[in-house]
Design a protein around this ligand. Structure first.
Ligand SMILES: [Zn+2]
Length: 471
């Protein structure tokens, strides 16, 4: 038997099969990608531009809510930066976006007892909220942890400011899971408050960090209930208010907001690419969103994602490779409060081309570890075969999932969606707040994200993806 096996193995060796089965010899793609990976790393880490690009975005543009002067400057920044990076066919695609403005006034304070002075709380309006009357709303406060609890309260909610105070679950490993467990209060708090007869919604900031900085974010209204004002309170403020309510359940809170929604405004997505050398009509979209909330500098969310995409293409160009298929960087406008850019991009007619993948970066500029992979098991299995190419950079974590909000309209049309996986343990410390500034982004981690995007999109452009059934 032994000699039989030996003969079989020699025969296989002659056929060139056993080496691959045993993993002794890398497959041709991995072999070819090795030096390219090495050049990407050297170019990126020694001469990378990602942090310089992000510095310019954060310091000369700053935050950039859709329709604002900042967003218009961001469009110009993206166009200029793509041209400077040497991308092909840099262009704008116009899109109309919602225009919500915060206004000058956003204050909250509570008064407890007869002699007690006003105690101010650190708050900010939630994006899309209506304002209060100029004198603000003054009412008693009802604290709840869930919509179920609010519904069970019944009449007692009438005329009150509903205070949604469910914290992040600190016991969860994945911060996005903790976010998912708390963000419903922000998104639907105003609807549930109005439905219960409340006059406003005050929501604990959707973050696990304990500080005095409020975090904004999108919220919505329903057609069948009044639009009541909605604001976020810092986690420190939420704890203070909760304590004060225990001591004095009849305390009164005054909330004043001057935010409002203006007519839609013109804006643009910004596109630039490396045209494929063999299959230019097969397009791999990589990108993030150019807009941000009107807080901080939008450094992690999503300046980092924009820079990841532009720098990825600059790196490929700098090391002198041209992909077989087209890789296109798209800076999507209006992810935060409408996703009009993502919708418009997917809806546009693009004769002669077919999107084969859409890779998003919208989880901040932390250390990259791999990619979330959509399109089903066949795509995951194809991508997993690239493991040896990514393993030396500790980027070989490929897991089933998909892209983010910007590329969701593309994935809805059957294009496999992907997203870079980065370390997100600190992401919600910054998210949608004045904490989201350049100083919280590490230059090397940011550049490694761009290198990851370059290596992943280039490998895909060379190897392709298995055909995915369209819905
Ligand atoms: Zn984002």
């Amino acid at each position: 038997l032994k000699s039989g096996l030996k003969i079989a193995s020699v025969a296989l060796a002659l056929l060139g099969v056993n080496a691959r089965l045993l993993g002794a010899d890398p497959d041709p793609l991995a072999k070819r990608m090795g030096p390219i990976r090495g050049r990407l790393v050297r170019e990126g880490l020694a001469k990378g531009q990602a942090f310089a690009m992000l510095t310019e975005l954060c310091t000369t543009v700053g935050h950039r809510l859709s329709g604002s002067p900042g967003a218009a400057k961001a469009v110009a920044w993206a166009e200029r930066t793509m041209k400077r990076a040497g991308l092909d066919r840099v262009r704008l695609e116009p899109v109309m976006v919602p225009r919500w403005v915060r206004g000058e006034t956003e204050t909250a304070s509570y008064q407890s007892g007869a002699a007690k002075p006003d105690t101010p709380l650190s708050i900010c309006a939630l994006g899309g909220s209506v304002g209060t009357s100029s004198g603000g709303i003054t009412a008693e406060v009802l604290e709840v942890r869930s919509f179920e609890e609010l519904r069970a309260v019944g009449e007692r909610a009438k005329g009150k400011i509903i205070f949604f105070n469910r914290p992040f679950d600190p016991g969860l490993f994945d911060p996005f899971a903790a976010y998912g467990g708390a963000v419903g209060q922000r998104g639907s708090g105003a609807i549930e408050a109005a439905r219960a007869g409340g006059v406003a919604a005050l929501v604990r900031s959707v973050t696990g960090r304990l500080d005095d900085v409020p975090h904004t974010g999108s919220m919505s209204y329903a057609g069948d209930v009044p639009k009541v004002p909605a604001a976020a309170v810092s986690t420190v403020g939420a704890n203070r208010l909760s304590e004060a309510l225990k001591a004095d359940p009849r305390l009164r809170l005054t909330l004043a907001l001057s935010c409002e929604t203006l007519p839609d405004a013109p804006s643009s997505n910004v596109l630039g690419e490396l045209v494929g050398s063999e299959m230019p009509g097969e397009v791999i979209v990589i990108g993030g969103h150019l807009d941000s909330w009107d807080k901080g500098q939008g450094a992690h969310d999503d300046g980092a994602g924009c820079v990841h995409a532009i720098e990825a293409l600059r790196l490929l160009k700098a090391i002198g490779v041209r992909p077989k298929r087209t890789i296109r960087a798209v800076m999507f406008m209006n992810e935060e409060n409408g996703n009009r850019g993502g919708i418009a991009y997917a809806a546009a007619a693009r004769p002669g081309e077919r999107a084969i993948a859409a890779i998003e970066s919208d989880r901040g500029g932390g250390m990259p570890h791999g990619f979330s992979v959509g399109g089903g098991p066949a795509v995951l299995s194809a991508v997993s075969k690239w493991g040896p190419i990514f393993e030396p950079l500790q980027l070989d974590r490929f897991r089933a999932g998909g892209g983010g909000t910007d590329v969701a309209p593309l994935t809805a049309k059957g294009v496999p969606g992907f997203e870079i996986i980065v370390d997100t343990q600190r992401y919600f410390d910054y998210h949608h707040s004045d904490n989201d500034v350049l100083g919280e982004v590490h230059p090397r981690e940011l550049e490694l994200g761009a290198i990851a995007m370059a290596l992943f999109s280039y490998t895909m452009a060379e190897d392709g993806l298995p055909a995915v059934k369209r819905p």
